[in-house]
Design a protein around this ligand. Structure first.
Ligand SMILES: N[C@@H](CCC(=O)N[C@@H](CS)C(=O)NCC(=O)O)C(=O)O
Length: 339
């Protein structure tokens, strides 16, 4: 692990990052938007029009934030328009690498670089800050459009609709006011809550994070006992943002990050809901095509030396993600389990 300082790589341990006990996720550096006509989006600068074969995604299959962008690329039929390179699951002292000695790690398809940090320096020779995935790269201007997953999924939701004719909308205007606070609580206490629990270097920071996490999981379990999806009958970005954390819960967060009050599979509604989203059919394959448990399990256990110094990969439960999810059983509400 490390970060860039004026174009130079500086090694840094996880413990140094969580100084004072609590882990704080870094702010995102690139906040431009692809728009249908290249006009500026809500932040950053313009000049990034939606075009086929112009943009490229750099992801880790282990990373829950990058995973959102892969799911949206699939849901919105962007696979033929936006290419993908996959980093190696081990994130060690040089940060994310393009080594290919792990099944599914593709190397850098565009420039043959060795490390992701070199891409950040290519965009800006004086780059400073964290080198994170996902990265949405513009091949034409040779720069980073965005490295903020929450915004990349919004671009994918609508910017390319004129090219794909896929107008499915996961950020519908009428629900935005309701989705935003749900996203916020899930981000703070669940998506990031598992990291705050796992990377805490003090008891108080851990206690705060892990209690807030399970309070939120109880709240979500209750909500999903009344509603098929977080917003009712309609699936939205809130669901896709939540589920990448749920996919990783039992194999990683429960044990590695000490989120062990319960397993995901102890929550009947959340577990059925996670299976439904895993099995979700898109026009071109299923959401499960974007899930790679080998990268997920390997990345966390191998990369976080201060959490797992001997890098032992645990045996892990065999979960039946293909079991019928049972959430579509009829209009009588019987498909949801009372809690
Ligand atoms: N705000 C970013 C966060 C991305 C992020 O933290 N990615 C992690 C991987 S799960 C990463 O690349 N970390 C490397 C580092 O912080 O040095 C987003 O949601 O896109």
């Amino acid at each position: 692990m490390g970060h860039l300082d004026n174009g130079q790589w500086v090694e840094q341990s996880l413990a140094e990052r969580a100084k004072g006990g609590a882990f704080k996720r870094a702010d995102t550096a690139y906040r431009n938007w692809i728009t249908p006509d290249g006009s500026p989006g809500p932040s950053g600068e313009g000049g990034f029009p939606a075009e086929a074969d112009r943009y490229h995604l750099y992801v880790s299959l282990a990373c829950p934030w990058a995973h959102r962008t892969l799911i949206f690329r699939k849901l919105k039929e962007l696979e033929g328009l936006v290419g993908v390179s996959v980093v190696h699951p081990d994130m060690l002292k040089d940060g994310w690498s393009f080594d290919t000695d792990f099944d599914g790690a593709t190397g850098d398809d565009l420039y043959g670089l060795s490390f992701l940090r070199e891409l950040y320096v290519k965009a800006d020779p004086q780059a400073s800050g964290h080198v994170t995935v996902p990265v949405l790269w513009d091949k034409k201007r040779e720069t980073i459009v965005s490295n903020e997953s929450a915004e990349i999924i919004r671009m994918f939701n609508s910017a390319f609709d004129g090219l794909t004719e896929n107008t499915d909308d996961y950020w519908p205007e009428a629900l935005q006011g309701e989705i935003a606070p749900v996203n916020e609580r899930i981000y703070d206490t669940v998506n990031n809550g598992v990291y705050k629990s796992g990377f805490a270097t003090g008891q108080d920071a851990y206690d705060d994070a892990v209690h807030a996490l399970f309070e939120s999981l109880d709240w979500l379990e209750q909500r999903l006992s009344q509603n098929r999806y977080l917003m009712g009958d309609r699936i939205t970005e809130a669901d896709w943002r939540l589920v990448t954390t749920l996919f990783r819960f039992d194999p990683v967060y429960h044990t590695h990050f000490k989120c062990n009050r319960n397993y995901l599979r102890d929550f009947p509604n959340l577990w059925g809901y996670a299976r439904e989203l895993y099995q979700w059919q898109t026009p071109n394959g299923r959401v499960s095509d974007t899930v790679n448990f080998d990268h997920i399990v390997r990345h966390y256990h191998y990369s976080h030396e201060s959490v797992n110094p001997y890098r032992i990969i645990p045996i892990n439960p065999v979960l039946d993600w293909e079991a019928p999810h049972g959430r579509d059983a009829g209009a009588d509400g019987q498909h949801l389990r009372a809690v």
